[in-house]
Write a protein that binds this ligand. Structure first.
Ligand SMILES: [Zn+2]
Length: 369
Protein backbone atom coordinates (compact mmCIF):
# COMPACT_ATOMS: atom_id res chain seq x y z
CA UNK A 1 0.00 0.00 0.00
CA UNK A 2 1.61 3.28 -1.05
CA UNK A 3 2.18 5.87 1.64
CA UNK A 4 0.33 8.97 0.47
CA UNK A 5 2.02 11.40 2.86
CA UNK A 6 5.41 10.15 1.79
CA UNK A 7 4.48 10.45 -1.88
CA UNK A 8 3.21 14.00 -1.32
CA UNK A 9 6.46 14.94 0.36
CA UNK A 10 8.51 13.41 -2.47
CA UNK A 11 6.42 15.18 -5.12
CA UNK A 12 6.72 18.49 -3.27
CA UNK A 13 10.50 18.11 -3.26
CA UNK A 14 10.50 17.24 -6.95
CA UNK A 15 8.16 20.14 -7.72
CA UNK A 16 10.53 22.50 -5.89
CA UNK A 17 13.43 21.10 -7.93
CA UNK A 18 11.76 21.54 -11.31
CA UNK A 19 10.59 25.04 -10.34
CA UNK A 20 14.12 25.87 -9.36
CA UNK A 21 15.48 24.56 -12.66
CA UNK A 22 12.89 26.56 -14.57
CA UNK A 23 13.83 29.77 -12.78
CA UNK A 24 17.58 29.21 -13.15
CA UNK A 25 19.09 32.02 -15.17
CA UNK A 26 22.33 30.17 -15.88
CA UNK A 27 21.61 26.51 -16.55
CA UNK A 28 25.24 25.65 -17.25
CA UNK A 29 26.55 26.17 -13.70
CA UNK A 30 28.97 23.50 -12.46
CA UNK A 31 26.60 21.49 -10.29
CA UNK A 32 22.92 21.36 -9.52
CA UNK A 33 22.02 22.79 -6.16
CA UNK A 34 20.89 20.73 -3.18
CA UNK A 35 17.19 20.94 -3.92
CA UNK A 36 17.65 19.53 -7.43
CA UNK A 37 20.25 16.97 -6.44
CA UNK A 38 18.15 15.62 -3.56
CA UNK A 39 15.04 15.31 -5.73
CA UNK A 40 17.04 13.51 -8.43
CA UNK A 41 18.56 11.06 -5.91
CA UNK A 42 15.12 10.21 -4.51
CA UNK A 43 13.77 9.79 -8.02
CA UNK A 44 16.51 7.29 -8.86
CA UNK A 45 15.97 5.31 -5.64
CA UNK A 46 12.24 5.07 -6.20
CA UNK A 47 12.40 3.93 -9.80
CA UNK A 48 15.39 1.58 -9.41
CA UNK A 49 13.37 -0.98 -7.47
CA UNK A 50 10.68 -1.38 -10.13
CA UNK A 51 11.48 -2.92 -13.49
CA UNK A 52 8.52 -1.33 -15.25
CA UNK A 53 9.61 2.22 -14.54
CA UNK A 54 12.37 4.16 -16.17
CA UNK A 55 15.30 5.27 -14.01
CA UNK A 56 16.88 8.53 -15.21
CA UNK A 57 20.65 8.68 -15.68
CA UNK A 58 20.80 12.45 -15.42
CA UNK A 59 18.72 15.44 -14.34
CA UNK A 60 17.80 16.34 -17.96
CA UNK A 61 16.65 12.74 -18.46
CA UNK A 62 14.49 12.99 -15.32
CA UNK A 63 12.91 16.14 -16.79
CA UNK A 64 12.17 14.25 -20.03
CA UNK A 65 10.53 11.43 -18.07
CA UNK A 66 8.14 13.66 -16.13
CA UNK A 67 7.31 16.25 -18.80
CA UNK A 68 3.68 16.16 -19.88
CA UNK A 69 3.03 12.83 -18.12
CA UNK A 70 0.85 12.17 -15.06
CA UNK A 71 2.73 11.08 -11.94
CA UNK A 72 1.21 7.58 -12.01
CA UNK A 73 2.96 6.86 -15.31
CA UNK A 74 6.46 7.32 -13.91
CA UNK A 75 6.24 6.90 -10.12
CA UNK A 76 5.84 3.33 -8.83
CA UNK A 77 2.72 2.86 -6.69
CA UNK A 78 1.21 6.26 -7.46
CA UNK A 79 -2.37 6.85 -8.61
CA UNK A 80 -1.94 10.61 -9.01
CA UNK A 81 -2.86 12.24 -12.31
CA UNK A 82 -0.96 15.44 -11.49
CA UNK A 83 1.32 16.72 -14.27
CA UNK A 84 4.35 18.71 -13.04
CA UNK A 85 5.79 20.02 -16.30
CA UNK A 86 4.24 21.27 -19.51
CA UNK A 87 5.32 19.15 -22.45
CA UNK A 88 5.69 21.99 -24.91
CA UNK A 89 7.70 24.46 -22.84
CA UNK A 90 9.17 22.26 -20.06
CA UNK A 91 7.91 24.92 -17.66
CA UNK A 92 6.24 24.04 -14.31
CA UNK A 93 2.48 23.59 -14.44
CA UNK A 94 0.33 25.59 -12.10
CA UNK A 95 -0.29 22.42 -10.06
CA UNK A 96 3.46 22.10 -9.66
CA UNK A 97 3.75 25.63 -8.25
CA UNK A 98 0.79 24.95 -5.93
CA UNK A 99 2.53 21.85 -4.58
CA UNK A 100 5.66 23.82 -3.82
CA UNK A 101 3.79 26.52 -1.95
CA UNK A 102 1.43 24.10 -0.17
CA UNK A 103 4.37 22.17 1.24
CA UNK A 104 6.53 25.20 1.92
CA UNK A 105 9.27 23.65 -0.12
CA UNK A 106 9.84 26.97 -1.74
CA UNK A 107 13.53 27.28 -2.54
CA UNK A 108 13.12 31.01 -3.09
CA UNK A 109 11.45 31.50 0.32
CA UNK A 110 10.70 35.11 0.75
CA UNK A 111 9.96 35.82 -2.88
CA UNK A 112 6.78 33.91 -2.51
CA UNK A 113 3.53 35.68 -2.61
CA UNK A 114 2.54 35.46 1.03
CA UNK A 115 5.69 37.07 2.28
CA UNK A 116 5.56 39.88 -0.29
CA UNK A 117 1.87 40.58 0.26
CA UNK A 118 2.38 40.54 4.03
CA UNK A 119 5.17 43.10 3.77
CA UNK A 120 3.04 45.27 1.51
CA UNK A 121 0.16 45.09 3.99
CA UNK A 122 2.40 46.03 6.91
CA UNK A 123 3.93 48.94 4.98
CA UNK A 124 0.52 50.31 3.92
CA UNK A 125 -0.89 49.81 7.43
CA UNK A 126 1.98 51.77 8.94
CA UNK A 127 1.45 54.54 6.40
CA UNK A 128 -2.32 54.37 7.04
CA UNK A 129 -2.78 54.09 3.30
CA UNK A 130 -5.34 51.42 2.34
CA UNK A 131 -5.53 52.93 -1.15
CA UNK A 132 -1.83 52.25 -1.61
CA UNK A 133 -2.40 48.57 -0.96
CA UNK A 134 -5.18 48.52 -3.56
CA UNK A 135 -2.94 50.33 -6.07
CA UNK A 136 -0.12 47.85 -5.41
CA UNK A 137 -2.43 44.88 -5.89
CA UNK A 138 -3.84 46.33 -9.11
CA UNK A 139 -0.36 46.92 -10.48
CA UNK A 140 0.64 43.29 -9.85
CA UNK A 141 -2.47 42.12 -11.68
CA UNK A 142 -2.56 44.48 -14.62
CA UNK A 143 1.19 44.96 -15.25
CA UNK A 144 3.06 41.68 -14.69
CA UNK A 145 5.62 42.76 -17.32
CA UNK A 146 7.28 46.14 -17.91
CA UNK A 147 10.57 47.74 -18.83
CA UNK A 148 12.95 48.52 -16.03
CA UNK A 149 12.46 52.21 -16.81
CA UNK A 150 8.70 51.82 -16.34
CA UNK A 151 9.32 50.08 -13.03
CA UNK A 152 11.38 53.07 -11.89
CA UNK A 153 8.50 55.37 -12.85
CA UNK A 154 6.07 53.22 -10.82
CA UNK A 155 8.41 53.54 -7.83
CA UNK A 156 7.84 57.27 -7.95
CA UNK A 157 4.03 57.06 -8.07
CA UNK A 158 2.50 58.74 -5.04
CA UNK A 159 0.03 55.89 -4.47
CA UNK A 160 2.81 53.33 -4.43
CA UNK A 161 5.23 55.15 -2.13
CA UNK A 162 4.72 52.89 0.92
CA UNK A 163 5.60 49.83 -1.19
CA UNK A 164 8.22 51.44 -3.47
CA UNK A 165 11.09 49.38 -2.04
CA UNK A 166 9.13 46.15 -2.40
CA UNK A 167 8.57 46.60 -6.11
CA UNK A 168 12.08 45.59 -7.06
CA UNK A 169 11.67 42.36 -5.14
CA UNK A 170 8.44 41.54 -6.98
CA UNK A 171 9.77 42.24 -10.46
CA UNK A 172 12.77 40.21 -11.55
CA UNK A 173 15.01 40.17 -14.60
CA UNK A 174 13.79 37.95 -17.40
CA UNK A 175 15.41 34.65 -18.43
CA UNK A 176 17.02 34.75 -21.91
CA UNK A 177 15.19 31.50 -22.57
CA UNK A 178 12.01 33.53 -23.10
CA UNK A 179 13.61 35.45 -25.95
CA UNK A 180 13.34 34.70 -29.64
CA UNK A 181 15.01 36.70 -32.43
CA UNK A 182 15.91 39.45 -29.97
CA UNK A 183 12.37 39.94 -28.65
CA UNK A 184 10.11 38.88 -25.83
CA UNK A 185 6.39 38.42 -26.47
CA UNK A 186 3.66 39.63 -24.11
CA UNK A 187 0.48 37.54 -23.75
CA UNK A 188 -2.63 39.40 -24.94
CA UNK A 189 -4.78 37.89 -22.19
CA UNK A 190 -2.64 38.33 -19.08
CA UNK A 191 0.32 40.49 -20.18
CA UNK A 192 2.82 37.96 -18.77
CA UNK A 193 5.71 36.95 -21.02
CA UNK A 194 5.11 33.99 -23.29
CA UNK A 195 7.52 31.08 -23.75
CA UNK A 196 8.79 30.28 -27.23
CA UNK A 197 7.89 26.80 -28.51
CA UNK A 198 9.12 25.29 -31.72
CA UNK A 199 9.99 27.57 -34.60
CA UNK A 200 7.35 30.26 -34.21
CA UNK A 201 4.89 29.22 -31.49
CA UNK A 202 4.34 30.79 -28.07
CA UNK A 203 2.76 29.46 -24.87
CA UNK A 204 1.56 31.17 -21.71
CA UNK A 205 2.40 29.79 -18.25
CA UNK A 206 -0.98 30.68 -16.79
CA UNK A 207 -3.64 27.98 -16.98
CA UNK A 208 -6.31 30.59 -17.73
CA UNK A 209 -4.59 31.43 -21.03
CA UNK A 210 -3.99 27.83 -22.03
CA UNK A 211 -7.67 27.20 -22.64
CA UNK A 212 -7.68 29.23 -25.86
CA UNK A 213 -5.25 29.95 -28.66
CA UNK A 214 -2.42 32.17 -27.52
CA UNK A 215 -2.28 35.75 -28.82
CA UNK A 216 0.68 38.13 -28.70
CA UNK A 217 -0.16 41.60 -27.40
CA UNK A 218 3.19 43.13 -28.28
CA UNK A 219 6.85 42.23 -28.80
CA UNK A 220 9.40 43.78 -26.45
CA UNK A 221 12.91 44.48 -27.66
CA UNK A 222 15.39 42.56 -25.50
CA UNK A 223 17.97 45.33 -25.93
CA UNK A 224 15.71 47.93 -24.27
CA UNK A 225 18.01 49.94 -21.99
CA UNK A 226 17.75 48.58 -18.44
CA UNK A 227 16.01 45.48 -19.76
CA UNK A 228 12.59 43.95 -19.23
CA UNK A 229 11.27 42.84 -15.84
CA UNK A 230 8.52 40.41 -14.94
CA UNK A 231 6.75 39.43 -11.72
CA UNK A 232 8.12 36.30 -10.06
CA UNK A 233 6.34 33.06 -11.01
CA UNK A 234 4.51 32.62 -7.66
CA UNK A 235 3.18 36.19 -7.87
CA UNK A 236 2.02 35.59 -11.43
CA UNK A 237 0.39 32.31 -10.39
CA UNK A 238 -1.26 33.42 -7.16
CA UNK A 239 -1.80 37.15 -7.67
CA UNK A 240 -1.99 37.95 -11.40
CA UNK A 241 -3.88 34.78 -12.43
CA UNK A 242 -6.78 34.96 -9.95
CA UNK A 243 -6.51 38.77 -9.91
CA UNK A 244 -7.66 38.94 -13.52
CA UNK A 245 -10.82 37.07 -12.48
CA UNK A 246 -11.21 39.41 -9.51
CA UNK A 247 -11.15 42.37 -11.87
CA UNK A 248 -13.57 40.59 -14.26
CA UNK A 249 -15.97 40.27 -11.32
CA UNK A 250 -15.45 43.92 -10.37
CA UNK A 251 -16.39 44.92 -13.93
CA UNK A 252 -19.42 42.60 -13.87
CA UNK A 253 -20.61 44.14 -10.57
CA UNK A 254 -20.08 47.69 -11.86
CA UNK A 255 -22.12 46.85 -14.96
CA UNK A 256 -24.98 45.82 -12.70
CA UNK A 257 -24.73 49.13 -10.86
CA UNK A 258 -23.53 47.46 -7.64
CA UNK A 259 -21.10 49.03 -5.24
CA UNK A 260 -17.80 47.10 -5.05
CA UNK A 261 -14.85 47.54 -2.76
CA UNK A 262 -11.70 45.70 -3.86
CA UNK A 263 -9.49 44.02 -1.21
CA UNK A 264 -11.35 45.83 1.60
CA UNK A 265 -9.66 46.58 4.91
CA UNK A 266 -6.22 45.60 3.76
CA UNK A 267 -7.18 42.46 1.88
CA UNK A 268 -9.61 40.85 4.32
CA UNK A 269 -10.94 39.22 1.15
CA UNK A 270 -11.09 40.11 -2.56
CA UNK A 271 -14.42 41.89 -3.16
CA UNK A 272 -17.10 43.35 -0.95
CA UNK A 273 -20.30 43.75 -2.98
CA UNK A 274 -23.11 45.89 -1.59
CA UNK A 275 -26.66 45.47 -2.93
CA UNK A 276 -29.23 48.30 -3.05
CA UNK A 277 -30.87 46.96 0.14
CA UNK A 278 -27.44 47.08 1.86
CA UNK A 279 -27.00 43.32 1.78
CA UNK A 280 -23.26 42.71 1.68
CA UNK A 281 -21.55 39.78 0.00
CA UNK A 282 -17.89 38.90 0.55
CA UNK A 283 -16.02 37.21 -2.29
CA UNK A 284 -12.66 35.51 -2.40
CA UNK A 285 -11.49 34.33 -5.83
CA UNK A 286 -9.16 31.34 -6.07
CA UNK A 287 -7.80 29.86 -9.27
CA UNK A 288 -6.16 26.65 -8.04
CA UNK A 289 -5.64 23.78 -10.44
CA UNK A 290 -5.67 21.34 -7.54
CA UNK A 291 -8.90 21.49 -5.45
CA UNK A 292 -7.21 19.37 -2.77
CA UNK A 293 -4.54 21.98 -2.16
CA UNK A 294 -7.20 24.71 -2.13
CA UNK A 295 -9.31 22.79 0.41
CA UNK A 296 -6.34 22.23 2.70
CA UNK A 297 -4.94 25.75 2.55
CA UNK A 298 -7.92 28.12 2.38
CA UNK A 299 -8.07 29.72 5.81
CA UNK A 300 -11.69 30.92 5.59
CA UNK A 301 -13.24 34.38 5.74
CA UNK A 302 -12.31 36.80 8.54
CA UNK A 303 -15.20 38.31 10.51
CA UNK A 304 -14.43 41.89 9.40
CA UNK A 305 -15.53 43.72 7.37
CA UNK A 306 -18.97 42.29 8.23
CA UNK A 307 -21.01 40.72 5.46
CA UNK A 308 -24.23 38.76 5.09
CA UNK A 309 -22.86 36.01 2.88
CA UNK A 310 -19.42 34.79 1.83
CA UNK A 311 -18.46 33.10 -1.46
CA UNK A 312 -15.32 31.27 -2.47
CA UNK A 313 -15.46 31.76 -6.24
CA UNK A 314 -13.55 29.55 -8.69
CA UNK A 315 -13.28 30.27 -12.45
CA UNK A 316 -15.56 28.18 -14.67
CA UNK A 317 -12.77 26.58 -16.66
CA UNK A 318 -11.65 24.66 -13.55
CA UNK A 319 -15.00 22.86 -13.53
CA UNK A 320 -14.69 22.12 -17.24
CA UNK A 321 -11.23 20.63 -16.60
CA UNK A 322 -12.28 18.66 -13.51
CA UNK A 323 -15.94 17.68 -13.06
CA UNK A 324 -15.17 16.53 -9.50
CA UNK A 325 -13.63 19.86 -8.49
CA UNK A 326 -16.28 20.84 -5.92
CA UNK A 327 -16.37 17.34 -4.38
CA UNK A 328 -12.59 17.07 -4.22
CA UNK A 329 -12.51 20.44 -2.48
CA UNK A 330 -15.09 19.36 0.10
CA UNK A 331 -13.33 16.05 0.70
CA UNK A 332 -9.91 17.61 1.25
CA UNK A 333 -11.40 20.21 3.58
CA UNK A 334 -12.97 17.52 5.72
CA UNK A 335 -9.79 15.43 5.69
CA UNK A 336 -7.78 18.45 6.79
CA UNK A 337 -10.16 18.89 9.74
CA UNK A 338 -11.45 22.28 8.63
CA UNK A 339 -14.70 22.36 10.52
CA UNK A 340 -16.79 24.53 8.22
CA UNK A 341 -19.44 24.10 5.57
CA UNK A 342 -17.57 26.13 2.97
CA UNK A 343 -18.22 25.16 -0.65
CA UNK A 344 -16.81 26.46 -3.91
CA UNK A 345 -19.07 28.50 -6.20
CA UNK A 346 -18.15 28.68 -9.86
CA UNK A 347 -18.04 32.09 -11.48
CA UNK A 348 -21.12 31.63 -13.68
CA UNK A 349 -23.21 30.33 -10.77
CA UNK A 350 -22.07 33.23 -8.64
CA UNK A 351 -23.18 35.76 -11.27
CA UNK A 352 -26.54 33.99 -11.47
CA UNK A 353 -26.97 34.30 -7.72
CA UNK A 354 -26.10 37.99 -7.93
CA UNK A 355 -28.74 38.49 -10.63
CA UNK A 356 -31.35 36.60 -8.59
CA UNK A 357 -30.53 38.70 -5.56
CA UNK A 358 -30.79 41.87 -7.62
CA UNK A 359 -34.13 40.81 -9.07
CA UNK A 360 -35.51 40.06 -5.61
CA UNK A 361 -34.33 43.37 -4.18
CA UNK A 362 -35.58 45.53 -7.03
CA UNK A 363 -39.07 44.07 -7.50
CA UNK A 364 -41.64 45.59 -5.11
CA UNK A 365 -42.91 42.25 -3.73
CA UNK A 366 -39.38 40.88 -3.21
CA UNK A 367 -38.04 44.05 -1.68
CA UNK A 368 -36.99 43.69 1.91
CA UNK A 369 -35.90 47.27 2.25
ZN1 LIG B 1 -1.35 34.67 -20.61
Amino acid sequence: MPDLMEETSFLAGLAAAVSRLAMCEVPGKSAYDDVVQRAYNHFVLRTLVEDDYKTPRSVPEMIEIIADRPVQEWLPGSTSDTILLHGDTRSPTQECTELVVDNRRDPFGEKYENEILKRALTACHEAEAPDSYVAFRRLLITRPTMTHAELMLQRGELDLLPVADLLERCYLGVSPRLRRDGSYAECARCRCLLRPVGKDGWRCDLDRCRTTKVKVRQYLDATTPGGIVQLSLPLRTFVTGPGLFEIDLEVAMNKRGLKVEMWPEYDAYDLLVTFPDNNRWAVDVKDYANPGVLGRTFTGFPSAPPRDRAFLVVPDYRRTANKQYAENFRYSRQSAGRGDSLVVTFQKDFLQQVDQMLASTTTPEGSNA
